[in-house]
Write a protein that binds this ligand. Structure first.
Ligand SMILES: Cc1cc2nc3c(=O)[nH]c(=O)nc-3n(C[C@H](O)[C@H](O)[C@H](O)COP(=O)(O)OP(=O)(O)OC[C@H]3O[C@@H](n4cnc5c(N)ncnc54)[C@H](O)[C@@H]3O)c2cc1C
Length: 362
């Protein structure tokens, strides 16, 4: 059997894509994972942690818990050459193979314990408010509104969204069902409007929308989506491989176009499909196989091809309900709730990383 353990693989980005890829190749190569945080965060379970901070204990997983045979560098990558990755803290990491998995940029704390504290503070903010304003009607805004009204039904929640419908990343039917659900829970939803938060301070407790409406709220949460994590590549050897949106253009084997030893996975890629964590996991599986083939010197025709997925997405609506979009139908209610909303795929994701799904035995 070929021994590739002297080959250097650098994975940049420790979200689900990068974490899973690093885990699966840790015994095959000399592996380095670069991430600005010391932990992997199950991002799609964040909003539950805002209403139930103890939930965050299971969704924040130190990289060293699942990577027992690789090196973790806790810093951001700031540039790459054709042989090295440069990090913000001044390190130069040599690679033979590189995987970029920097998904979305989120300025969250480096240390796990500080992130847990942030969720506790968010929860205190919710608990001490009678009314909450949520700005943004994408998946984060919708799921947060739902978490709050389900766990704290006495709170008045207002959701303001700039676009004409909620959840614009999926179909109209899903938007309508979500709007109906939120309205039935007495969430006030204002569409086609924005809120200029610079002109309002939380102390004033009155927010004015672009449509001139006044919203009284004791606190607000901004859920307007995060920027792609590719700005650091704009002056690098990959600058020509970024499309207009800042996504990395990849071929059918998930190799960055024109670079035989550089791959990209997850939300950062231009693969034409909805950006989802379960798809980032599939990308990681394809790239793990292709890296092994590449290291073996296999012909390119043997490489695994990635086929973009059709439109499947689930948005949770509190702990028991949700909206599920399949390619030919959209459902709302308890069935999507049973699939996603109870545990938000946390146990399953922990298991995929080789960890106990319920470390506290609950
Ligand atoms: C509210 C909500 C609900 C969702 N629900 C689901 C769901 O039910 N199912 C599902 O499959 N998906 C869901 N998603 C989508 C899912 O969260 C993403 O598709 C997934 O997290 C993408 O994973 P990733 O590894 O590509 O990137 P990310 O999770 O964005 O991770 C990127 C990593 O790269 C790191 N990074 C960034 N820049 C740098 C740099 N310069 N150097 C080093 N590291 C860097 C970051 O710190 C981070 O660790 C949901 C998303 C939202 C917002």
């Amino acid at each position: 059997m070929e021994d590739n353990r002297s080959k250097k693989l650098v994975v940049v980005g420790g979200g689900i894509g990068g974490a899973l890829l690093a885990k699966s190749l840790q015994f095959d190569v000399d592996l380095v994972l670069i991430d600005p945080k010391e932990y992997f965060e199950i991002t799609w379970a964040d909003l539950r942690s805002m209403v139930e901070p103890s939930f965050s204990e299971r969704i924040l997983i130190k990289h060293t818990d699942y990577l027992v045979n690789g090196r973790v560098i806790t810093s951001s990558a700031v540039n790459i050459t054709d042989k090295e990755v440069l990090t913000e803290d001044g390190q130069t990491i040599v690679y033979d193979y590189l995987v970029i998995a920097t998904g979305h940029k989120d300025p969250i704390p480096t240390r796990r314990k500080d992130r847990i504290e942030q969720f506790q503070q968010d929860n205190e903010k919710i608990k001490s408010s009678n009314s909450v304003l949520i700005v943004g009607g994408g998946p984060s805004g919708v799921e947060l509104a739902a978490e709050i009204v389900v766990d704290y039904p006495e709170k008045k929640v207002t959701l303001v969204h700039r676009g004409p419908r909620l959840l614009e990343f999926i179909g109209q039917k899903a938007s309508t069902k979500t709007l109906d659900w939120l309205t039935s829970k007495k969430v006030e939803v204002l569409l086609n409007q924005s809120v200029d938060l610079n002109s309002t301070s939380e102390d004033e407790k009155v927010y004015v929308t672009s449509g001139g409406e006044k919203i009284a709220a004791d606190c607000h949460f901004l859920c307007i989506g995060k920027p792609l994590g590719s700005s650091w590549l704009q002056e690098s050897i990959l600058k020509e491989c970024l499309d207009k949106k800042g996504q990395l253009m990849v071929d059918e084997n998930l190799r960055v176009r024109g670079h035989s030893n550089i791959f990209a996975i997850g939300d950062i890629t231009d693969v034409p499909e909805i950006k989802q964590g379960f798809l980032a996991q599939q990308h990681a599986g394809v790239v793990a196989k292709n890296l092994k083939l590449l290291m073996k010197g296999a012909k390119e025709s043997k490489f695994v091809k990635y086929k973009p997925s059709s439109t499947i997405a689930i948005v949770s609506l509190g702990r028991k309900q949700g909206v599920l979009q399949l390619p030919f139908a959209t459902f709302s209610g308890c069935i999507p709730g049973m699939i996603k909303s109870k545990d938000l795929f946390v146990g399953r994701t922990r298991k995929t990383l080789g960890l106990n799904p319920n470390p506290d035995g609950n």
